[in-house]
Design a binder for this molecule. Structure first.
Ligand code: APR
Ligand code: PHB
Length: 392
């Protein structure tokens, strides 16, 4: 098999890259370990920055997003029993976020690629990359039906997430890893209950952080801070609701509406960046290159930002024979990735209870929340990061 860009991974990064390359008339093949059904049902985050929405709409895959996405012009910070609204749109000249589940983005991109004749090979095994420092790198893999295969490419895009094979295929000495694990995790649930508030609520509580979000007018998405090694089996539905009400209840009595819990999961909290994000003709994008704690709702959006840069760089190379944008891919993406890492770290450190805090940290956090909700300058800084820094 042969293509211009071999893409490993059919998550947001890999599928959006394949879609953007197709817009430029550049061929690609996407290799995915899981089944189509699995990736289209995998519950992940659900907040799209303005820039991500713009890319989808401008490149013709935003129709359902425009119909079904929930546009939000603000978020709320809740602490000491009171909720404080951050006017995202008013502070950013009209930008907004859109609540639209990541797996819906995946469905839209897969449908668009297949309708355009794109090649996505699902349920492939044993993917390995070869000769990445040559002008003809290769991807070897096994198809469930077809046996051993080899895909010859001009370039390989490693969009295979944090646990993929791309990053480990780069020689150890060629990469520098920056890694921070946080001393807590998030227990997340999907509940069949109409959201009891219009906008997202990030809640600071002495027992720990809690987040009120949603997926649709009928499904609420809720998270609560838990121990990093939390065992989901210890959390009955009743215990989850009791803890959520304790953390969310405000002095006016508001608390999320209950409903049957459809899904429970534990998400680790980590900050991770690898430098550089490229080696030879292998380019890393999305979670393969960096992980951010979910507090800023940035993971999917940063993956899209990476592949927008990468798609433009490939277009420069294939259509105009120029390699400068490919050479500067990593530096360009890391500039944004570290600013997103900073914002996600800031939101996380402001809103979570850190073990061993003897009280100083708690007072500092409450002062930070008081400042952010009473200073226009501080609110503007939060808002411009939350809706998404300019994509450049
Ligand atoms: N071979 C083929 N496919 C693989 C392999 C492999 N060896 N390893 C992983 N994959 C696939 C996974 O099954 C997954 O579908 O690569 C895809 C990677 O997708 P994501 O993990 O979603 O990563 P990315 O596209 O960078 O999107 C980042 O998704 O995971 C969330 O929190 C993350 O919101 C962020 C966003
Ligand atoms: C979600 O709806 O899943 C969500 C929203 C905001 C976040 C993280 C997750 O910061």
């Amino acid at each position: 098999m042969r293509t211009q860009v071999g893409i490993i991974g059919a998550g947001p990064a890999g599928l959006m890259l394949s879609h953007l390359l197709h817009q430029e008339g550049i061929e690609s093949v996407v290799l995915e370990a899981r089944s189509r059904q699995y990736v289209e049902e995998r519950v992940r985050a659900g907040v799209l920055e303005q820039g991500t929405v713009d890319v989808m709409v401008e490149t013709g895959v935003g129709e359902r997003l425009k119909r079904e996405g929930l546009v939000h012009h603000g978020i709320e910070l809740s602490f000491l029993g009171r909720r404080h609204r951050i006017d995202l749109s008013g502070l950013t000249g009209g930008k907004a976020i859109t609540v639209y589940a990541q797996h819906e983005v995946i469905k839209d991109l897969i449908a668009a690629r297949l309708a355009a004749g794109g090649q996505i090979l699902f349920e492939v095994d044993g993917v390995s990359v070869h000769e990445i420092q040559s002008a003809a790198p290769k991807i070897r893999f096994r198809e469930r039906a077809g046996g051993e295969r080899e895909l010859s490419c001009d370039f390989i895009a490693g969009c295979d997430g944090f646990h993929g094979v791309s990053r480990p295929s780069i020689p150890e000495g060629a990469l520098t890893v920056f890694d921070r694990t946080y001393p807590f995790a998030w227990l997340g649930i999907l509940a069949e209950a109409a959201p009891a508030s219009e906008e997202l609520i990030y809640t600071y509580h002495e027992r720990g952080f809690a987040l009120f979000s949603m997926r649709s007018p009928a499904v609420t998405r809720l998270y609560l801070q838990c121990a990093p090694d939390e065992n989901l089996a210890n959390w009955s539905d009743g215990r989850i609701w009791e803890e959520l009400h304790t953390r969310f209840r405000t002095s006016d009595g508001w608390t999320p509406a209950e409903g049957p819990i459809l899904q429970k999961s534990i998400a680790e909290m980590r900050g991770f960046v690898v430098e550089p994000m490229q080696f030879g003709r292998l380019f890393l994008a999305g979670d393969a290159a960096h992980i951010v704690p979910p507090t800023g709702a940035k993971g999917l959006n940063l993956a899209i930002a990476d592949v927008r840069v990468l798609a433009r760089a490939f277009a420069e190379f294939f259509k105009r024979g120029r390699g400068e944008k490919l050479d500067s891919y990593s530096a360009t993406c890391l500039r944004r990735a570290w600013k997103v890492q900073r914002f996600s770290w800031w939101m996380t450190s402001m809103l979570h209870r850190f073990p061993g805090d003897a009280g100083f940290d708690q007072r500092r956090q409450l002062a930070e929340l008081d400042y952010v909700t009473s200073s226009r300058a501080a609110m503007t800084s939060l808002a411009e990061n939350y809706v998404g820094l300019p994509m450049g």
